[in-house]
Write a protein that binds this ligand. Sequence first.
Ligand code: SF4
Ligand code: SF4
Length: 182
Amino acid sequence: MSIVISKEKKEVGLLQTVKEISGVDVAGCLQCKKCTNGCPVTALVKVPPSEIIRRLQLNAGDSILSSDLVWMCASCEICYSRCPMQIDMAAVIDALRMISIEKNAAKQKGNVPLFNRWFLKTISIFGRTYDLGMIAAYKIGTSSYFQDTDKFPMMLQKKKIALFPSFKADRKYVKRILKKKK
Ligand code: SF4
Ligand code: SF4
């Protein structure tokens, strides 16, 4: 019986999981830092986008999940539009968020995971965001009942927020997408 020894290097761990969820291969990153230089939150985070990619390339492990950019990324896609290798950083960050929640690695301080959870919850119920419902749930979760409520009449008047959810979306279709993403 012959034994075949493959020289092929196997991808393991977080790098592979991110690739499977996001469909993004970060191997081609040149570390040119164009993403970092254009990112609007770079000045606010300890680990900028290009370094997240570098750490993923080096398979630095689950410590990446606690990077502040994972929860501060605004999904603006500026990095993607600047990247010469067309690496979709926002999709990578989304994957890191999903893994972080799954592994319960979301940072305890800060309310972004709570906001994110209710944002997705309203989408799963109504097929699109229901801002008022999401804000109410967030306020209950953070006990910040009266914070910024003075802006509510003005937002209502300018039709920036709706009192009732919209039922126009194809909820079954959205549910299928969310199920596929799990
Ligand atoms: S812009 Fe693209 S290639 Fe350059 S560092 Fe960022 S992810 Fe890598
Ligand atoms: S998508 Fe996120 S990482 Fe990319 S530029 Fe915007 S905030 Fe920065």
